[in-house]
Design a binder for this molecule. Structure first.
Ligand code: AHR
Length: 329
């Protein structure tokens, strides 16, 4: 009798041990189970500005911090390279495609291919025009029309008490891009409410500092007397290129010519502090975390907002910028 009880107890203990062991083993297996490896194809337009380099870095940092594999392609300013990259992401069957449309038109076919392959597409920074809006899932980026408005609002405020006329030279960003169109439209929307201001010339600068320099050289050669009062540059790089040339003349940037630009890269903030630029409208390139967060939500089957705009600042000659942290671009 006693030995039967002992045997039963031993059997019970054995069953319990097996149960605990199998439970532990199962839990361990679940923990070790690798999470789905998310792969994102990212087509960037190039490295035309400090802004762009920072934008790329922000995407790469955010992806690696989240353990997401980012297939990065630099299109070197060519739409056809972006289309090729998107096609290769489709062949690779990435989970999500993220890209910056260099220009607004010409994406329908490749995006239909992505849609047919069941791959969601997020566009960042720049917008595009497609016949079928369902070809992309979301846009994340700045409101470029508002940036243009803010540039003009600064001028109206700066000259509110002056009874004279102002000639404006505008240096445009990449032709056909939503960002150049947005800044162009927003600027006019506000500046045209005041007939003291006339945009006397609009010249394509392609967002390149070298183009800003070229434009200044040509323009000043053809019009040696001060040909305008205000420079509105669609980005800092082009404004800084323009200032490089002015620095070799007797024309004082920020004084003889009022300069407003967009991006707020460190070099422009420094020029603002030196009095060579009067206003810098921020365009924030550090959107990597936000984009990767949306990617994660999408891959978890959650819905994401169709449009996410980033809030941005305006830095002016009236601000105390001594405590402004370094911009990082
Ligand atoms: O699309 C954003 C613009 O592109 C930035 O203002 C400019 O610097 C960049 O190259």
């Amino acid at each position: 009798m006693k030995s039967t009880i002992i045997k039963r107890r031993m059997l019970f203990l054995l069953v319990c041990t097996l149960l605990v062991f199998s439970c532990t083993k199962k839990q361990t297996e679940e923990i070790k189970q690798p999470q789905k490896n998310i792969i994102v194809g990212f087509s960037q337009i190039g490295a035309e500005s400090a802004w762009r380099t920072c934008n790329t870095q922000s995407m790469q940092d955010a992806a690696s911090a989240s353990g997401i594999q980012l297939l990065y392609d630099n299109a070197e300013q060519k739409q056809e390279n972006q289309i090729k990259a998107i096609r290769s992401f489709i062949v690779y069957q990435v989970d999500v495609i993220v890209f910056v449309p260099i220009v607004q038109d010409g994406w329908d076919n490749v995006l239909r291919e992505a849609k047919d392959a069941g791959i969601p597409v997020i566009i960042i920074d720049r917008k595009m025009r497609v016949a079928d809006e369902s070809l992309f899932t979301a846009f994340i980026g700045a409101d470029h029309i508002e940036e243009g408005r803010n540039a003009a609002r600064f001028l109206l405020k700066k000259f509110k008490d002056e009874d004279r006329n102002f000639r404006i030279l505008e240096i445009l960003g990449t032709e056909g891009s939503s960002v150049a169109d947005g800044r162009y439209a927003g600027f006019r929307e506000i500046i045209n409410t005041d007939n003291r201001f006339t945009i006397t010339a609009s010249i394509d600068g392609d967002f390149l500092r070298s183009r800003g320099k070229e434009i200044a050289e040509t323009y000043l050669q053809e019009n040696p007397e001060l040909p305008f009062d205000i420079l509105f540059s669609h980005n800092d790089g082009m404004a800084l290129g323009f200032i490089d040339v002015l620095n070799n003349t007797s024309i004082r940037p920020g004084k003889d010519i009022v300069i407003v630009s967009v991006d707020a890269e460190q070099a422009a903030i420094d020029a603002l502090k030196e009095g060579k630029i009067n206003c810098v409208v921020e365009c924030n390139p550090k959107i990597g975390d936000l984009v990767i967060d949306m990617v994660k939500k999408l891959t978890e089957g959650k819905s994401i907002p169709r449009t996410t705009n980033i809030s941005e600042n305006v830095f002016t000659e009236w601000d105390d910028l001594s405590l402004l942290p370094l911009r990082g671009y």
